[in-house]
Design a protein around this ligand. Structure first.
Ligand code: 5GP
Length: 210
């Protein structure tokens, strides 16, 4: 992918209901692109099979989470599906200043808090891009979420209930990706990433000046 070096990174806020395919697409994208990093959130939920501490999340206790709130380490945090999740400031700002693009998989409450934070931070505002990742239909979401088998029945039902409210937030975002399947979702994300990397507002000095 074409890379313009002297620029601020994009901080990509990606939201969408559980089961839309966000994690699958993001994991592939990050494994294929060495300028794109995942912002590793803190969470109080239990790790799923195969999830690794420090890679998928920082899995911490409620007390540890509260201590981080007290010491102002989060740029945003929220209670989602009964657990706490938060984005560490250390995961995003410095990296974007170095030109790294950062992907934040966060819920709609978190996205709204980032929008608020941008009101007092011109540089952050310059970096942030909002992407909503949606399934083609609610029925399809239901099938995917129940089919992936990562959740207890109770957790899956809760996520489906929450999905209805989450889907209504799509128009608060600048970009919409409707994910019909992994290949198409990935291709659309790559296209968006290309566009974001060439936004003049984040470019300090294009390569042709060298
Ligand atoms: P999961 O438990 O499936 O990994 O994530 C559940 C939800 O929490 C998803 O909608 C995901 O986007 C959201 N989430 C993950 N990390 C964060 C975070 O740091 N902040 C917020 N606000 N939401 C998060």
């Amino acid at each position: 992918m074409t890379q313009t070096t002297d620029r601020l990174g994009a901080i990509i806020v990606l939201s969408g209901p559980s089961g839309a395919g966000k994690s699958t697409v993001c994991n592939i994208l990050i494994s294929e692109d060495n300028n794109l990093e995942f912002s590793v959130s803190c969470t109080t939920r239990e790790p799923r099979d195969g999830e690794v501490n420090g890679i998928n999340y920082h899995f911490i206790s409620k007390d540890e989470f509260k201590a981080k709130i007290e010491s102002d380490e989060f740029i945003e945090w929220a209670e989602v599906h009964g657990n706490y999740y938060g984005t560490l400031k250390s995961e995003i700002l410095g990296k974007a200043q170095q030109g790294k693009d950062i992907l934040l998989d966060i819920d709609i409450q978190g996205a709204r808090l980032i929008k608020e934070a941008c009101k007092n931070d011109v540089e952050l505002k310059k970096c942030v891009e909002y992407v909503f990742f949606a399934p083609p239909s609610f029925e399809e979401l239901e099938q995917r979420l129940l089919g992936r088998g990562t959740e207890s029945e109770e957790s899956a039902q809760r996520r489906l209930q929450n999905a209805k409210g989450e889907l209504e937030a799509w128009s608060e975002y600048e970009h919409l990706i409707v994910c019909h399947n992994k290949e198409q979702g990935l291709a659309n994300m790559k296209g968006l990433l290309y566009t974001m990397r060439n936004k003049t507002k984040r470019i300090n000095k294009p390569d042709f000046y060298a």
